[in-house]
Design a protein around this ligand. Sequence first.
Ligand SMILES: [Zn+2]
Ligand SMILES: [Zn+2]
Length: 879
Amino acid sequence: MKAYGVNELRKMFLDFFESKGHLKMDSFSLVPQNDKSLLLINSGMAPLKPYFTGQEIPPRKRVTTCQKCIRTGDIENVGKTARHGTFFEMLGNFSFGDYFKTEAIHWSWEFLTEVVGIDPDRLYPSVYEEDDEAFEIWNKEIGIAPERIFRFGKADNFWEHGAGPCGPCSEIYYDRGEKYGCHEPGCTVGCECDRYIEIWNNVFTQFENDGNGHYTELVQKNIDTGMGLERLATVTQDVDSIFDVDTIKALRDKVCEVAGVTYKNDPKVDISIRLITDHIRSVTFMISDGIIPSNEGRGYVLRRLLRRAARHGRLLGIKDRFLATLSTTVIAESKDGYPELEEKKDYILKLLTIEEDNFNKTIDQGLKLLSELEEVLVKEGKSTLAGEDAFKLYDTYGFPLDLTREILEEKGFVIDEEGFTKAMNVQRETARSARAVTNYMGADETVYLQLDPSLISAFVGYEKDETDSAVIALTTETEVVSELVAGQKGTIFTKETPFYATSGGQAADTGLIRTASAEFEVEDTIKLQGGKIGHVGVVTKGMIKTNETVHLAINEEKRGGTRKNHSATHLLQKALRTVLGSHVEQAGSFVNEDRLRFDFTHFSAMSKEEIHKVEEIVNEQIQNGLLVNTDIMSIEEAKKTGAMALFGEKYGDSVRVVTMGDFSKELCGGTHVANTGSIMVFKIVSETGVAAGVRRIEALTGKGVFHYYEQLEAELNQAAKTAKTEPAQLSAKVESLQEEIKALQSENEKLKSRLAKDALGDVMNQVTEIKGVKLLAARADGVDVNNLRNLGDQLRDKLGEGVVILASAADDKVNLIAMVTDSAMKEGAHAGNLIKELASLVGGGGGGRPNIAQAGGKNPAGIDALLEAAPKALEKQLK
Ligand SMILES: [Zn+2]
Ligand SMILES: [Zn+2]
């Protein structure tokens, strides 16, 4: 057997199944499409679910993929062992009602023994204990001796998830040899040790479980197989773990090089090396699929992985940022199978650097707070960190919970996780109540799962605003029905429709569906799996029945506004790339009839000049009256023409390319103006940051711009009216008002200081002499610190030589000041020491230089005692 590399094995597998009539498909994005049950794709089968359930028709009945996958269920163990990881690639061949057990078993055997060249004597199949059919195929057709075929029970060899399709499995184990064995008697296939590892799993989906353990044979039987690519490579390369296979070892070596450490030298160091090696792979692939670090959902998974890796870098003693450097190695090692990594390289590295910098800024403060909290725990003899404290670390310092947990665990502490969740929920509730939530649909989405999957609606809204078509299905909010009557809410499906369903960031159409006697108000239009378009709304008149012909008409004015805004986002994207650079990628967008919102990747706030330049370019292209054309072509052709594609988006075989003159070319399924001239005018109203490395522009077009200026004008007029002037003179008026305020303020200060003097009364007759040094100790209530100082200056000048002590009661507090002239200092007087001694009498403290000192106190009642004590305090100082 040759020591095939990861990249070779991937290609060998896909080529082999292609030769067996399979359609070779690229890996799907890590972001599940139309599947809310998953945060991230975690198996080769996950993105193909609609083909298995029959919700969508597969492009071919035989498909093969190498799917990038992320699993975070075992994240706590990643690094601690060499078995766990979050990122892996899954090889798979799939049959949707086509071939079954015989072919699946034969091909898996052929691939392993003939293509890869694994010694058949080291392979052991297993079957489900009741699956005699599979046993026979292995025994009679492949020729494996019965004692080498293992029968396992439901827990190991039956795939099932509650009710629904399920079936037995047949796995193939590989014997890695005695050196990996536990040497216990009875060590054989199925043993927990590292000797026999499962490399291939064939799932034969042949039954339907009704939920009560009753199984019926499925009409359409499916094959779903999976083989971990990295695990297969450990076999061909005969190495200990996935961290030793060629591509991952290259990365592991890079981690060691950056940190200046060696692998397999210190078990503690190895944990960090493996953790970083694994996490940086996940992180790189997630970013390439358009996931952005955030505090929610998959964005949070990304942030957690990234920050754990950053912290373990510190544990290894890495001082500078290092994630981007490592990511470069990930890209170099994996770009063969995933060209998108190379395409998005600049962006991936920039985003990583920004997020790492952000974390580095707060990590030291966070770690300091955490060690203080630990000290308190030790002092109080506790071992559990309060949930609120863990939440504060999360909220303020960006410490993911498992990071805090991991740090504490190393020292034997735990977290009150329930308390953490509570604190988190309180914050979420607050955030939620601050947002108004609207959900048009109201309906339980599962009602749509009851629809016949073969029903398809055609969208004709690119050409038409209204059309006649037949009703193919109706639902209420809870069930499929054959008629809807006045007052009922529901969803109408028709054969053809001009209504655009929310997608690609474009808001849904609203409008009316009518017959001669009935009317249905469409409040929302939705796209369902399998190419169905649903009109959600309410019957306002009469009754609508399936199979009858209805007239569908969209709200044209609304669509008209939406068209302008959508076309403007295309011009905007091109203008942004022109002004800011080619790192600008669309990160999200939303257009409706009122406005447009465009999120894009960029790493600093835009300057006024940049915003202005972008507006200028877009308006120029509007004036140029560019013709807008749409062409349908294959994705390869589209890429060749240089059309901009959306980040991390999975496109079908044929795509729609929207061209605006020579200026813009984008893949887009939305609706557009025929000529950019009809956009009329474009205006950016805000530019803000929404996440690290993502900016958001909100802008208006057409009538929206006029409304915007009308509003500004109204506000300007109102402001002018309030300032009792005309709009044209408003600036001058505001300037003169500010001058006036300044003058009044200085007048006010003068009056305050005069009041301070008055509060003191005629104090010069309170001057006493202590050992020949003049002392003035007096109170002046209601005077703030600054004025007390001014007052002190004046009194000291009046006094000529000597010591001035002033105390003032203001707002339940005491201000104190002491001043000593040069000659008094020579006699031994010291302002700082005087204040230090006297301030305690008013419940305060303070000090200062020999010539001037001040202090505050909390107890005005002590002022008299203070003034009485002053002569004695001075006397002690004098020679
Ligand atoms: Zn064993
Ligand atoms: Zn578009």
